[in-house]
Design a protein around this ligand. Structure first.
Ligand SMILES: *[C@@H]1O[C@H](CO)[C@@H](O)[C@H](O)[C@H]1NC(C)=O
Ligand SMILES: *[C@@H]1O[C@H](CO)[C@@H](O)[C@H](O)[C@H]1NC(C)=O
Ligand SMILES: *[C@@H]1O[C@H](CO)[C@@H](O)[C@H](O)[C@H]1NC(C)=O
Ligand SMILES: *[C@@H]1O[C@H](CO)[C@@H](O)[C@H](O)[C@H]1NC(C)=O
Ligand SMILES: *[C@@H]1O[C@H](CO)[C@@H](O)[C@H](O)[C@H]1NC(C)=O
Ligand SMILES: *[C@@H]1O[C@H](CO)[C@@H](O)[C@H](O)[C@H]1NC(C)=O
Ligand SMILES: *[C@@H]1O[C@H](CO)[C@@H](O)[C@H](O)[C@H]1NC(C)=O
Ligand SMILES: *[C@@H]1O[C@H](CO)[C@@H](O)[C@H](O)[C@H]1NC(C)=O
Ligand SMILES: *[C@@H]1O[C@H](CO)[C@@H](O)[C@H](O)[C@H]1NC(C)=O
Length: 734
C-alpha cells in the first residue's frame, strides 16, 4: 500500500495520472478499435465515405463509427465486438485492426544553464517554424502565449482552430484542436482544446513560450520564463483528458499535425510498458511524420532507474531523458527541540505561527473509520483521524502525495524515505521530504517528548553543483526491442522546471490546494522532451530543408558529454549527452537517413511483411537486398550488446554528409577504455563541397561488463572547427 501511495505522488507530479476515463456509450462486449488502412491514397478521395461504406457493407450499419483518419494516413476508429472486429480485419485494404489502449502523460533557468541565453543568434525564419504539441491542451490566455509582435501564420500552415466563446487562437497559438473519439471527456474539461490540467500549457511554454519577465512561483525560481524558440508558432492537439490519452486520439492528432504543416512534433506521453514498433501508436504516428519530413520528439518515461524501463525508442524519433539543472529547492523543518532538518520539496506556503503540534501518522489512525496504524503511518487516504490531526503537522512514513493529510485539515506534512531525493515535489499543503535518517530522528523526538512541536519553512533556492546528472526517475535503456540502437538519444532539463500553467487547476493538482498560479514548477521527462523539441526547432530554423534524421544527428553529435561518475548507467541514462542547441545548428557533418533506411532496418529485424506494413502503412515488402543488419542503420551512435563477460564484435557501416565547411578534412579521434577496441577505416575524410558524402566502417570489439556496467567510448570526427561526436557503447543484454 505504501508503494501505491508513493506511485500516486510521483505520477501526479510528473503528471502521469492514474485516472482512467470511462468510455461513454460503449456496451460491455464492444471495444474501441483502430482500423488501420495504411497510407492515404493519392488524389481525390473521401475517406469518411469509404469507411462508412465499408462498415455498412460489412456490419449492415455505420453506428459503430467514431472517427476517420484521412489527412495523412487512412483508417478509422470504431466500437466493435470481437466478431465485428474479425470480419473487418479480413477485408482487403485493411492492414490491421487493433484495440485502442490508453497512454499517460508522463524556464527559466534551464536554457541559460545549457549555455543558450536570451540573446543567442536567431534565424529570421524562426517565426516560420511551427511546433506541434500533442498534449492536454493549452491555456491560451497565459502571457507566455501572447502574440504581440507576431505576424500572421506562415503560409504553409493548413491547420485550424476549434474556437468557441471562451477559446480563441492568435498569431502565437495558430491552431488548436481536441480529440475525443472515445468519449473520454470528463469534468472539469469542456469540449475545447483548453487545458484544465496544466501539463500541456507547461510543455508548450517550455518549447515555444514567449519571453515573460518576472515569472515565478510565489517568488521561487523567479526570472524570465521563455521557450527555446520564443518566436516559433504553436499548434495544439489536445489528446489527453485528465492525464489519459487514447491510441485512437494519438493517431488522429498525428494524422492532422502532419497535414497541417507542423515542423516538429513534441509528445510527452507514453504507455505503461514497451511495445514493439508495429504495435505502438506513437511509433507508427512518428513513422508517418518522419516520412513527411517531421521529427517527433519523445519523453522516455518516468520509470527509472530500472534498466530497460525506457519507452518511445523508435529509431526514427528522438528519445529524451531528464536531467537536473543547477538549481534545487530545499525545505527546512524546525522542531521544538531547536533541531533543524533539511528536506527537498517545493513549499511556497508560509506557516503563520512559529510552531504547531507534531504528531506521528502511526499514532493518529482513524479507528472509527476502520483504519489502524499500519495504514495511517503512511498517511494513506482516509486513514487519519481528523480530530487528532486538525491543525497539526503530521510525520508520515514513506513518500505520499500529501492529499490525505491536507484533506483532514492538517497544518503540514513531513515525509521521509530515501528514494527520489533528487527532485522537489509539490504538495497541496506545507510539506518537506526528509531522508530516512533525519525522518527517524523526527520520529524519536515525537516518541520521547511530551508536547512535540514543529514548523515547516518556505523553500530555499540553492545551487545544485552536481548538475547536470540524470534524475533518478528518468527511464533507462537499453532499448528493449532493438538492444543495439542506443536509447535514450539525448538528455535535457526535466527537474524543477518553471513554466506556464493552467489556471483551471491548482499548483499541486489537488483540489485541497488553494493556490491557482500562472507559472508552476514541475518535473518529469515530460518537461525534458519539449526542451529537445525546441532545440530541434531551433536547428530547423537555420536548416529548413534538413530531414528528421539530420536534425536528430545534429542534436546527438553536438551534445555535451556527461560524466559517468555522476551517472552510473552512463549512456543508457543520458544517451550521447546533454543537448547543446547552439552547437547543433551547425554540426559540421550529419548522419542522414530516410524512410528506405528504416524499412531495410525493420526487414533486418526479421519483420514479416505484415508487421512491416503495420508501421509503414504502404505496400513495402522485405526483400533480400533491403535486408540490413542493425549495425548498418546510419545511426549517429554505436551500440553493441552481449551477455555479461562475453566478447562481442560488430562492424558498423556509416555515411556522413558535409554540412559544415565546403572544403574540409576530418580526422577520426577515438576514445576507447579497456574492454573496448575500435578500428575506423578510413581515418581521414576529405570534403570538397557541401552535401558531399563519405562512407566509413568502424569495427568495435568489446568485452561486456558485468552487473549492468556500461563500457563507454567515443568516435569524434574533427576538422579543427567542428567536432562530430558519437558515443560507442557496449552493454549487457540483461
Ligand atoms: C468555457 O466554456 C465552457 C462552455 O461554455 C465552460 O464549460 C467552461 O467552464 C469555460 N471555461 C473557462 C475556463 O472559462
Ligand atoms: C499490441 O499488443 C497488445 C498487448 O500485447 C495486443 O493486445 C494488441 O493486439 C497488439 N496490437 C497489435 C497491432 O499487434
Ligand atoms: C531553543 O532556543 C531558544 C532560543 O535560543 C531557547 O530559549 C530554548 O530554550 C531552546 N529550547 C531547547 C529545547 O533547547
Ligand atoms: C490493520 O488493518 C489491516 C487491514 O484491515 C489488518 O490486516 C491488520 O491486521 C491490522 N493491524 C492491526 C495491528 O490491527
Ligand atoms: C517509542 O518507540 C518505541 C519503539 O518504536 C515504542 O516501543 C514505544 O512505545 C514508543 N513510545 C512512545 C511514547 O510512543
Ligand atoms: C552554481 O555554481 C556554479 C559553480 O560554482 C556556477 O557556475 C553557477 O553559476 C551557479 N548557479 C547559480 C544559479 O548560482
Ligand atoms: C530495396 O532495395 C532496392 C535495390 O537496392 C531499391 O531499389 C528499393 O527502393 C529498396 N526498397 C525499399 C523499400 O527500401
Ligand atoms: C532478413 O534478415 C532476417 C534476420 O537476419 C531474417 O530473419 C530474414 O529471413 C531476412 N529476410 C529476407 C527477405 O532476406
Ligand atoms: C576484433 O576481433 C577480431 C577477431 O575476433 C579481430 O580479427 C579484429 O582484428 C579485432 N578488431 C579490433 C579493432 O580489435
Amino acid at each position: 500500500m505504501a508503494t501505491s501511495a508513493l506511485c500516486k505522488a510521483v505520477l501526479a507530479v510528473a503528471l502521469f495520472s492514474l485516472v482512467m476515463s470511462c468510455s461513454a456509450g460503449i456496451s460491455q462486449h464492444q471495444k474501441v478499435y483502430i482500423v488501420y488502412m495504411g497510407d492515404r491514397p493519392k488524389g481525390d478521395f473521401s475517406a469518411t465515405m469509404q469507411h462508412m461504406t465499408l462498415l455498412h457493407a460489412t456490419l449492415g450499419s455505420t453506428e459503430s463509427w467514431l472517427y476517420s483518419y484521412k489527412r495523412s494516413f487512412n483508417g478509422f476508429v470504431a466500437k466493435l465486438t470481437e466478431e465485428d472486429k474479425n470480419k473487418i480485419a479480413s477485408l482487403e485494404g485493411v492492414v490491421s485492426v487493433f484495440p485502442s489502449m490508453k497512454k499517460q502523460l508522463h524556464t527559466t533557468r534551464s536554457w541559460d544553464f545549457m549555455g543558450f541565453p536570451l540573446n543567442v543568434q536567431r534565424a529570421q525564419t524562426e517565426s516560420d517554424v511551427i511546433v506541434g504539441m500533442l498534449d492536454s491542451g493549452i491555456w491560451p490566455e497565459s502571457q507566455s502565449f501572447d502574440d504581440v509582435g507576431f505576424g500572421p501564420p506562415p503560409t504553409k500552415w493548413k491547420g485550424s482552430c476549434q474556437s468557441s466563446s471562451n477559446f480563441t487562437c492568435n498569431n502565437k497559438v495558430i491552431g488548436a484542436k481536441y480529440y475525443d473519439s472515445e468519449g473520454a471527456m470528463n469534468p472539469p474539461n469542456s469540449p475545447s482544446p483548453r487545458d484544465y490540467g496544466g501539463h500541456g500549457t507547461h510543455t508548450a511554454s517550455i518549447a515555444a513560450g514567449a519571453w515573460v519577465s518576472g515569472a515565478s512561483l510565489y517568488g521561487l525560481a523567479s526570472g524570465t520564463a521563455r521557450g527555446g524558440v520564443p518566436s516559433a508558432r504553436i499548434a495544439v492537439y489536445k489528446i489527453c483528458w485528465r492525464g489519459s490519452c487514447s491510441d485512437a486520439d494519438i493517431l488522429a492528432a498525428f494524422d492532422d499535425a502532419i497535414a497541417d504543416g507542423v515542423d516538429i512534433i513534441s509528445i510527452s506521453v507514453g504507455g505503461l510498458s514497451p511495445l514493439d514498433y508495429f504495435n505502438d501508436s506513437i511509433a507508427i504516428g512518428a513513422f508517418h511524420a518522419m516520412r513527411n519530413g517531421i521529427l517527433t520528439s519523445n519523453a522516455v518515461g518516468n520509470s527509472g532507474p530500472a534498466p530497460k524501463s525506457i519507452l518511445n525508442f523508435s529509431p526514427w524519433s528522438l528519445s529524451v531523458a531528464a536531467t537536473t539543472i543547477d538549481r534545487k529547492f530545499l525545505t527546512k523543518v524546525n522542531l521544538g527541540n531547536n533541531r533543524t532538518y533539511e528536506g527537498v520539496s517545493v513549499n511556497t506556503f508560509s506557516l503563520e505561527h512559529g510552531s504547531y503540534p507534531l504528531v506521528y501518522g502511526g499514532n493518529v489512525a482513524n479507528t472509527a473509520g476502520g483504519y489502524n496504524s499500519s495504514q495511517s503511518r503512511y498517511c494513506l487516504p482516509d486513514s487519519l483521524d481528523p480530530d487528532l490531526v486538525n491543525g497539526a503537522i503530521v510525520l508520515c512514513d514513506g513518500l505520499s502525495d500529501g492529499e490525505a493529510v491536507a484533506a483532514v485539515g492538517a497544518a503540514g506534512a513531513i515525509l521521509y524515505e530515501d528514494r527520489l531525493r533528487d527532485v522537489a515535489l509539490s504538495f497541496p499543503l506545507p510539506a518537506s521530504y526528509l531522508g530516512s535518517l533525519d525522518g527517524a530522528q523526527v520520529y524519536d523526538y515525537i516518541n520521547t517528548t511530551r508536547n512535540p512541536t514543529a514548523t515547516i519553512l518556505r523553500s530555499d533556492e540553492v545551487n545544485e553543483t552536481m548538475a547536470p546528472f540524470v534524475v533518478s526517475f528518468s527511464s533507462r535503456g537499453p532499448n528493449p526491442i532493438t538492444m543495439d540502437i542506443l536509447k535514450p538519444d539525448v538528455s535535457a532539463p526535466g527537474v524543477d522546471i518553471i513554466a506556464a500553467w493552467s489556471e483551471a487547476n491548482t499548483a499541486s493538482g489537488y483540489p485541497e490546494d488553494p493556490r491557482v498560479v500562472a507559472y508552476n514548477i514541475m518535473s518529469g521527462t515530460s518537461m525534458s522532451c519539449p526542451h529537445a523539441s525546441a532545440a530541434a526547432a531551433y536547428v530547423k530554423s537555420f536548416n529548413p530543408t534538413w530531414s528528421p534524421a539530420a536534425i536528430k544527428s545534429a542534436l546527438i553529435t553536438t551534445a555535451f558529454p556527461m560524466s559517468v561518475a555522476r551517472n552510473r548507467d552512463a549512456e543508457l541514462a543520458y544517451g550521447s549527452g546533454h543537448i547543446n542547441p547552439l552547437k547543433a545548428k551547425s554540426p559540421g557533418l550529419v548522419y542522414d537517413m530516410g524512410e528506405a533506411d528504416y524499412v531495410s532496418f525493420l526487414c533486418g529485424q526479421g519483420y514479416t511483411t505484415k508487421n512491416l506494413q503495420l508501421v509503414t502503412g504502404d505496400a513495402s515488402t522485405c526483400t533480400t537486398p533491403n535486408n540490413t543488419t542493425v549495425y548498418d542503420l546510419n545511426y549517429p551512435s554505436f551500440s553493441v550488446s552481449g551477455v555479461s563477460g562475453s566478447s562481442v564484435s560488430a562492424v558498423f557501416r556509416r555515411t556522413v554528409t558535409n554540412v559544415g565547411s565546403p572544403s574540409s578534412t576530418y580526422k577520426a579521434v577515438v576514445a576507447a577504455p579497456p574492454g573496448l577496441s575500435v578500428h575506423v577505416q578510413p581515418t581521414q575524410l576529405s570534403f570538397t563541397f557541401l552535401t558531399r558524402t563519405h562512407d566509413f566502417v568502424i569495427t568495435v570489439n568489446a568485452t561486456i561488463g558485468s552487473g549492468g556496467a556500461v563500457v563507454s567510448g567515443s568516435l569524434v570526427w574533427d576538422d579543427g572547427t567542428y567536432q562530430v561526436r558519437s558515443p560507442i557503447v557496449a552493454h549487457s543484454t540483461t
